[in-house]
Design a binder for this molecule. Structure first.
Ligand code: AMP
Length: 185
């Protein structure tokens, strides 16, 4: 089974994706974390320049990093829970044809702008991520609406998107997602 957990920054997508992967014994691939982890490599260093500005990493750099990661760090016998990939419509054919992965379900976490600004502020105070300076946060939000919105539309047209209220507790959201997964083979 292949799952995508989507949502804007601060929506809790990574937390939910990790819980699902653990429960169902699937590979967990957090795209942003994967890029941050690769910051020592030549490609990773290039990626960081874009990330620090709140921009998406260009596909020619991104595809090399994710291909390596899937090959070396994931179990080919297991399905995947992704978060942060695919993030543009151009990444969909790469996922489907190059990686040979077709999503079964997309969970789209819905969080109001007020709530995610609050959550991001909390994370900035705790983690000091270099892409969470105020200008980068705003840039990332507009990148998300502009480029990731169409990804959700694509999967909506396939009938596999589940909108999930992301303004509840971690446990409540997780239970809701697990219930909805019961219907998926
Ligand atoms: P995240 O941790 O998911 O918020 O991602 C942090 C940053 O990593 C984003 O703002 C982008 O710069 C970059 N990034 C993550 N996933 C992708 C992707 N699939 N394509 C391009 N850039 C990405």
């Amino acid at each position: 089974m292949h799952i995508l957990v989507s949502g804007p920054q601060g929506s809790g997508k990574s937390t939910q994706a990790k819980l699902i992967a653990k429960k169902l014994n699937l590979n967990f691939l957090d795209s942003g974390a994967m890029l941050r982890e690769s910051s020592e490599t030549e490609m990773g260093m290039k990626a960081k320049e874009y990330m620090d500005r709140g921009e998406y990493v260009p596909e020619e750099i991104y595809f090399q990093i994710i291909k390596e990661y899937v090959k070396n760090r994931c179990d080919a016998n297991k399905g995947f829970v992704f978060t942060g990939f695919p993030r543009t419509v151009d990444q969909i054919p790469f996922m489907e044809e190059e990686l040979n992965i077709k999503l079964d379900k997309v969970f789209n976490l819905i969080v109001s702008p007020d709530e995610y600004m609050k959550r991001i502020q909390k994370r900035v105070d705790l983690e000091h991520r270099s892409d969470e300076a105020p200008e980068a946060v705003l840039k990332r939000l507009s990148e998300h609406d502009l480029k990731t919105g169409p990804v959700i539309e694509y999967f909506k047209a396939k009938g596999i998107v589940e909108d999930v209220d992301g303004e509840r507790s971690i446990e409540e959201i997780f239970l809701d997602i697990m219930n909805r997964l019961k219907e998926v083979k």
